[in-house]
Design a protein around this ligand. Sequence first.
Ligand code: SF4
Length: 750
Amino acid sequence: MKLSFFNNKDNFLLLYPVGTGGEIITSALSESVPNINKIPREEAYPIGTNRWQSVCKHGYSKDPRVHKYVGEDDPYKHDLYKDHYHSYNTKIVTDYWDPNMTVICFDTTRNRQYWTNLAWQKLNEVEELNPDFLKKQTGSMQQDHDNLSYYTNYFKKSHIINIDELSTSCVKLADQLQNIFPNLRRYKFEKIINKWIKQNNKTLKNFTSPEVSKTPMSFDLDIVRTSQERIEMILHPDCPIEVMAIVAEYDKDQEVLEALWLRKDLPSIDTPRGRKIRTLLKLRIDTPVDELEKTQENILVNKERWKAFCPIAWNHLATNADGSIRMCCQMIHDPYGTVYKEDGNVLTGKDDITQHRNAPVWKKLRQDMLNGIDPEVCKLCTHEEENGIGSKRQWTRKLYEDVYHKAVKLTEEDGTIKDEEFPITYMDLRFGNKCNLKCRSCGPTDSSLWYDDWVQMRPDRLFDYRGHNRVKIETLPDGTNTVPNLFEPEQTYTKLWSHIMNNLDTIKRYYFTGGEPTINLKHRELLDYYINRGTALEVTLDYNTNMAGVPSKVFEQWKNFKQVNLGMSIDGINSHFEFIRHPGKFPTVLKNMRRVDREKGFERLIASITLTLSVQNVLHYPEMQWWMKEQNWNRIEEVIIVHNLYGPDILNIQNLPIQYKKYIDKKYKKFLIDLNAKWNNSVEEKSFCRRVEQRCKSILMHLWDKEPNVDAYDRLWPYMEQLDAIRNEDWKQSLPDIAQMIKECNEKET
Ligand code: SF4
């Protein structure tokens, strides 16, 4: 029977995995939030007994003791309830609780052994437990985690609270709860929880493992197991054939079915049972089994290799605006993935690329990946993977699944490949640095429009080109500042251009950036080649474009291609945009965005904003994300993609002083509360909030990931003011949120 509330007020439900302190936290919370009905503290009930009655007014247990509610019952205060997740049957919870409640879901992503052991130690004192308890309990926690979306979709409002650190500190828990209950009395709450943590750690000192490891593998199918544990079970040498048959017929996890198929001694096709298992698996596994054998076997055999592997090292080539060649655009730190030939010189578009596929850096990259070593030059991808943002390595690995097996088989031990076996099918092209903007986070390396400002800022007129070239800006007799010859594709891409022309059928994907690629004539010429020969529909185009001046011709060209993916580099709206991306005009950008969003012919176009997050827009991002959601785009993705800026160091948010970091942190938390309150009416809105929450979390992780660099911060404002004077701008007016932050923090200090 569903619990109905007639009290017409906010009701909260705390859902938590067994053993993680739901009772005590619920009580502590009710004692520390003034407008919640108070629930008696756990001391009244010995650990290990069911304290359900202390919390719930209408328990669904049949036990009469459970219905005896002993807490405060003020009709003007909110009610707080609690329940365990029911991993085996999520419906128990949703069949009972009212979906209009606000649910607070506790989640664990690691440290599960701690809670499992704690639950064992407490429960084992009051009831006799089966040694399988520990394993089953870990499995349940994984399942609770996997089932979270079920709950967040069911309840009208939901919050996910991570408790990974609760075994040692309750600060993060309190932070997260304060987002939900802004009037939480921290001191009181933390005092109760800290006492409980201390007590838990004392309890755990007596923990004696039931020696599950010595117990032979259990094949009991009633035990809840994670997919990894089910894989272990079906690959165990003693796994009974009946268990394999049941897994083959009923298990829903592709990973488990695939592992069973790859079991070395899977019963033979000549036996009736073996035949049944094999037939079922062939039917139920999505990937054709022969392909699976080729690829998956390698993955299972060498997980480290799979993790380090990236197809880019086998099928890709990237260029710099000066015509030099590098391995990948993700290599943003020195030595930038620059390819040096066997003779020590930089490989450029004037060279025959097919002769240099085995240049030393490329061989080393492949060798590392195949040996399961995560290459040092790929650390941006690794970092993104660790922060859960998703890396280029991950999406290209999905896109070019077939390359893995081929690479393992055909690459020589030293990393050498044959060009004919691994032709370049994906190219990253920058035809010079011609640009219509001079963004504050950019420079003359990537924008020709920067030259005039640069010569005013740097009397020596020199700039560094990705560590391999010192470049000087010259002034022509007519007063034009320029760098002769260096960024001219007609001169720098000679052999590379011929290579492209001879391989138009092989190269199926391009990534264009610049400069601004859409105003680059060489880029347009290339698109025309495909359109005129009638093969554009076989080719995918990826862009980084500022959308500030896309010519009509390019809009029309795009309509011919298989797919166009636009990463729109827009770092703010209104004054933020115009200040950061000078001399861009926001109304023009908006007009161009509306065009791709609504106009006929762009059905195969995918567009999203890729924002470069820096000191200039870190406070503005929430406002911009809010604005994006309100636009109701048709084709444009409503969630902004965020790229953290690392250089120049003065604009890196990691270098901001601590008091500003705290201010930003607070602003993001408040933003998430407002966001969840505004968009919570449908599954889509909730999913939108989850995705934005994920972005905010990664930004905050990045913010706090490094100690501030005081020197970099000290250089920031003189640089801003110098550029303001040259451009006749005023950062305080264009970025009022930053000015306000500095003012407020300074006032607080004095
Ligand atoms: S792992 Fe990342 S940095 Fe390395 S080659 Fe692949 S995409 Fe580039």
